[in-house]
Design a protein around this ligand. Sequence first.
Ligand SMILES: Nc1ncnc2c1ncn2[C@@H]1O[C@H](COP(=O)(O)OP(=O)(O)OP(=O)(O)O)[C@@H](O)[C@H]1O
Length: 262
Amino acid sequence: MNNMEGKEILKVDNLSKSFGGIKAVSDLSFSVEGHHIHAVIGPNGAGKSTLFNLITGVISSDKGRIKFLGEDITSLRPDKISEKGISRTFQNIRLFPDMTVFETVLIGTYLLTGGKILPALFLSKEFRRKEHLAKEKVEDILNFAGLWDVRNEYAAKLSYGNQRRVEMARALAMDPQLLLLDEPTAGMNPKETKELMDLFSLVNSQGITILIIAHDMHLVNTLSNQVTVINFGKKLVEGPPAEIQRHPEVLEAYMGRAEANA
Ligand SMILES: Nc1ncnc2c1ncn2[C@@H]1O[C@H](COP(=O)(O)OP(=O)(O)OP(=O)(O)O)[C@@H](O)[C@H]1O
């Protein structure tokens, strides 16, 4: 358990990113508090995934700063950012077709084993020790994520809900302090959604801060401490879920004019 409770873990300052003439993220600023589940919501095309790509270093910003644990990570490479303690899952599940669940999660631990292939050739004592630790860690994570029984199955052949678990387990294997989840329950049935929500709570109870993009307002209301609403790449409003829901601009932009007028 880390000691980030009540402290600012992530700070996004005046972040901007355009694609051609489209301002995907525009002068966006917000902070995420440690141990929180912080939701980012907004209509399709609002800039949510672009924001995640900027935070994880997949794309570089045009302007602005991102600080993680007080350190400027704005221009770091994605692997350096994950080493610092930020892991993510993707909107579209990305799993290797020929890997078992165990192997997929083991990949996530490459940081623990130093990420080097070469020592494996020499099978040094140190490498074997790290590999043993990594495998033990994977076993713990698989149990934690409810994936132990399917550990030897091909990850990409599992049910949609279990594939999401594998993605999350792989992200957890990288020892994140901040976990970014991009629409993790999209396309799930109510049972899978509920089970995943329970898993998010469990992960969060271990002291891991979660930044989550979600469309499901039940999930947002049930899980999140804080919500940032974005539209056209800009912050529209921010606050606890009960507060933002009453905001007329949110009703208008996010839930549609009909509900705003209801
Ligand atoms: N690589 C890209 N090249 C060009 N335009 C892009 C690119 N990535 C995103 N955009 C555009 O930037 C805007 C924001 O897209 P983004 O995917 O971040 O929105 P979003 O809020 O995640 O949407 P959704 O809820 O549909 O996933 C959109 O207009 C999108 O078309």
